[in-house]
Design a protein. Structure first.
Length: 320
């Protein structure tokens, strides 16, 4: 039997920090409003000549090195993004493959907004378990600053740039296997979060914030309850609960409803804002780098985003 294992994590955040003052100087808002309503204090912003693929390549290089594999062993690249280098082609995954010197390797983008990394994980798991691929590079990378409307005070202070990447590899050891991944979507709510067109300014993100907030809290909670029940997991079986980082109040409401201890909940939204598909791998990377995440631990991922899409995953972290 072949299983898929989560071998390594890497992330890259652009160096430019944009704090709440930047917005206060440009629009009618306040540090108090942003902090109270979102929990966000800072975001990272890519430079003009830094593309989504550049962020992704930096995160991927770290993940590949930490996995202890040769680049040439990678046989699939999946990039989740809603802020690609080009609309609609070439895919950002193709550009990443070229920049990494992986010419000839199958590469594809997926569009599942903030759930993108969990979707990429399920694709990697399926390709590996079917025996078609052995080492899959999955990436969540976003240059959201390129699709944010900086005249819309209701959305612009929420988002930031960044990338996270992981290597998912085949193993015959069930103890190392990703336990379960579940992904869902409902296009009936497509207008909650959308980029209405490709013409000037229509490519900017628009969000029905309050409606999205309410569905997010409900869905993130029930999705975790389902995957935990299906796999007969208790909260005490989870070392770290790593939800999508959109808003502190969403994470708090979901974490409380699920009954997780503060020490289990991972929060990075204060430093990076919402980085869509990059938020979960960036948070996993932070836990790995600060020593909270160790080999053999079980992590619970929980994502929700435009589409609407949502997904959760029970993952054994099986670093080499
Ligand atoms: O990542 C994918 C999923 N994304 C999400 O889940 C995000 C979900 N939504 C949210 O995080 C929140 O809805 C927001 C942070 C976007 C907004 O918070 P809210 O508590 O839902 O506020 P609201 O939209 O109901 O607006 C409340 C008030 C309004 O004023 P009135 O109508 O009460 O007078 C807004 O005009 O806050 C006002 N407002 C602001 N005030 C100061 C909206 N944006 C701002 C601002 N500064 N930047």
């Amino acid at each position: 039997m072949i299983y898929a294992s989560f071998r390594s994590i890497g992330a890259y955040m652009p160096s430019q920090i944009r704090d709440n003052d930047w917005f206060i100087q440009r629009m009618d808002t306040s540090d108090e409003w942003i902090t109270k309503r979102t929990g966000i204090k800072q975001r990272r912003i890519a430079s003009e000549d830094e593309l989504c693929s550049d962020l992704a390549v930096k995160a991927s290089t770290i993940a590949i090195q930490r996995a202890g594999i040769e680049k040439s062993e990678i046989d699939l690249i999946v990039c989740a993004t809603i802020s690609p280098d080009f609309y609609c082609m070439p895919s950002t995954a193709c550009i990443i493959g070229d920049k990494l010197g992986l010419n000839g390797v199958m590469a594809l983008d997926i569009s599942a907004a903030c759930t993108g990394f969990v979707y990429a994980l399920s694709i990697a798991k399926a390709f590996i378990e079917s025996g078609m691929k052995k080492n899959v590079l999955i990436i969540g990378a976003e240059k959201l600053s390129s699709i944010v409307d900086y005249t819309d005070r209701t959305t612009c202070m929420l988002f930031g740039d960044g990338a996270g990447a992981a290597i998912i590899s085949a193993t015959s050891n069930k103890e190392e296997a990703i336990i379960d991944v579940s992904c869902s979507a409902d296009g009936a709510y497509g207008d909650f979060l959308m980029t209405p067109g490709v013409d000037s300014e229509k490519h900017f993100m628009q969000m029905k914030g309050n409606e999205t907030f309410k569905v997010a809290v409900k869905t993130l909670t029930s999705d975790v309850q389902k995957i935990m029940a299906k796999n007969q997991f208790q909260n005490s079986d989870i070392d770290l609960f790593i939800p999508h980082q959109a808003n502190y109040r969403i994470i708090k409401a979901v974490g409380d409803a699920l009954g997780f201890e503060d020490s289990q909940k991972v929060l990075t939204v204060e430093k990076y804002g919402n980085t869509s598909s990059a938020s979960i791998p960036m948070a996993i990377n932070e836990c790995y780098e600060d020593g909270r995440l160790k080999n053999g631990m079980t992590i619970l991922l929980d994502a929700f985003g435009g589409g609407l899409t949502w997904g959760s995953a029970l993952v054994k972290f099986s670093a080499k």
